[in-house]
Structures are given as structure tokens and as C-alpha cells.
Ligand binder design. Structure first.
Ligand code: NI
Length: 164
């Protein structure tokens, strides 16, 4: 089922989410709906607050890079590289706004998968960036609060990097 994507200003987007206590059939259905919604919106990631649920769940869609679509439950960034880089980002919840965001290049993230297994993932490049963008959403943080400068979205479009 395709869900409606919430856009700014809506207080749920700037509210820290609650951890998922138990992976119930409802949580699994929500994750599946978020995956469908993310694909349909041509996003590279989607976090639960963006579809109106204030819980610690997000999905990542980098299929164009050969990474199967996956969900992160209760993700926690455990390590961040000192080295940072700047890249243009957009957000499905902030239509028409693009800008440069500075983030660590590499991260290590721990999360539960949909089977309830604890996983640890080391990520760099676009994967590291999307995960950080989504975890920010789960903490109620939007790119508009951390833009180095506004841009016109051309870098994002050129690189086929879509919005999250
Ligand atoms: Ni976003």
C-alpha cells in the first residue's frame, strides 16, 4: 500500500521517534508499505515520521547501485569517521529544497532487521549518507537545519541521486 508522504511544516517531522518495542505483524506491514512508498516516490530512503509514524524505523532504496532494498529498525550510529564530505541532498518531505550537507564519510551502524536480528553494517559513500539522513529523521532532524548552503538540485539530478 502506498502511504501519503508528510511534508513540512508538520511537527511529527521534528519530533524524536520512539524505539520499536517488538516486531509485530503491523510493524512488518508498515515496513513493506514504506518500501513500496519509497520506490514509488523515487526516493533513496524513507523514515517512519515521513509517513506519520513516530517510531524508529526507516528504509533504504539504493537498488540502482545494486543494493537490495532494506529496512533498519532502531538504528544507532556507533562510529563516524573524522573525515567529512559535502554533498547535495534533497528530502521527500521538503519539496523543492536542495542544499549541501556536511557529513562523516564512513559510519558503522547497528540495527535490527525485519527478522529481529541485530546487524552491524559499515557503510561509506552514498549508503553512509542515506543512512545518516534517515537516522536524522528518526531524531527529528531535517536537512534544513544543517545546510551549508542552498543549491538548485542539479547535482542531485545529474548523479541520479534521488531524494530521501
Ligand atoms: Ni528526508
Amino acid at each position: 500500500m502506498i502511504l501519503e508522504i508528510i511534508t513540512v511544516p508538520n511537527p511529527i517531522l521534528t519530533t524524536k521517534t520512539q524505539p520499536v518495542a517488538k516486531i509485530t505483524p503491523d510493524v512488518l506491514k508498515l515496513a513493506q508499505d514504506m518500501i513500496e512508498t519509497c520506490k514509488q516516490a523515487q526516493g533513496i530512503g524513507l523514515a517512519a515520521p515521513q509517513i506519520g509514524k513516530s517510531i524508529r524505523l526507516c528504509v533504504v532504496n539504493l537498488e540502482h547501485m545494486g543494493i537490495p532494498l532494506f529496512a533498519l529498525i532502531n538504528p544507532k550510529i556507533k562510529k563516524k569517521s573524522w573525515k567529512k564530505s559535502e554533498m547535495e541532498e534533497g528530502c521527500l518531505s521538503i519539496p523543492g529544497i536542495y542544499g549541501i550537507v556536511r557529513r562523516p564519510d564512513k559510519i558503522k551502524v547497528g540495527a535490527l532487521n525485519l527478522k529481529g536480528q541485530e546487524n552491524e553494517l559499515s557503510a561509506d559513500g552514498l549508503l553512509a549518507r542515506v543512512i545518516q539522513h534517515e537516522v536524522d529523521h528518526l531524531d527529528g532532524i531535517l536537512i534544513t537545519s544543517k545546510l551549508v548552503r542552498r543549491t538548485d538540485g542539479t547535482e542531485t539530478k545529474d548523479r541520479k541521486k534521488l531524494k530521501d
